[in-house]
Design a protein around this ligand. Structure first.
Ligand SMILES: Nc1ncnc2c1ncn2[C@@H]1O[C@H](COP(=O)(O)OP(=O)(O)OP(=O)(O)O)[C@@H](O)[C@H]1O
Ligand SMILES: [Mg+2]
Length: 149
């Protein structure tokens, strides 16, 4: 088992930093390009939700992101200690957003779910939200044994 844990201030500009750190951590396991893109997309959606919805952009708060790999199984945890989700079933529905006035389209959870092999939400009002996401890496069996140009 190998793991990386990151605690980061709830600032949108940190989203890319965490996304790239985890992509770099995963890259030594020979993921496909598609897998790396999926992982980055999942992290963007999850971290921005924590900052925007969980903490309402309160920069004094922290977001916790953990990645762990065992064999070809990657587990991601994105956690905030923010306001929590009132109704998870409603929040999971495609196009549901509690921020209708903004440019939010309510597809974050749909994207995260469709790009992962297992997707779990634990949330309590005024306690926070924890997402557990599993992605099975295909780990390319066919390694490049020749190179030509
Ligand atoms: N970490 C969180 N804390 C509190 N509420 C959340 C959290 N994540 C999601 N939610 C709630 O779930 C709803 C749906 O989230 P989802 O990511 O699917 O859509 P969105 O963030 O509103 O829009 P989009 O992701 O398309 O920009 C949010 O509008 C919000 O009400
Ligand atoms: Mg979202």
């Amino acid at each position: 088992m190998n793991k990386l844990e990151i605690k980061v201030s709830a600032m949108l500009e940190n989203e890319g930093v965490v996304r790239n750190a985890i992509a770099s951590f995963v890259s030594s396991y020979n993921p496909t390009l598609e897998e790396i893109i999926d992982i980055k997309t999942i992290l963007s959606e999850a971290i921005s939700n924590a900052i925007i919805h969980g903490y309402d952009y309160d920069k004094t708060k922290d977001v916790y992101v953990k990645a762990s790999i065992e064999d070809n199984r990657l587990e991601l945890i994105v956690q905030d200690y923010g306001k929590g989700i009132e109704n998870i079933n409603e929040a999971m529905q495609n196009n549901f957003t509690s921020k209708k006035d903004s440019e939010k389209t309510g597809i974050g959870f749909t994207i995260m779910k469709s790009l992962s092999d297992h997707f779990e939400i634990q949330s309590s009002i005024n306690v926070g939200t924890k997402l557990k996401i599993t992605k099975i890496l295909q780990t390319d069996e066919i390694q490049a044994n020749s190179y030509e140009r």
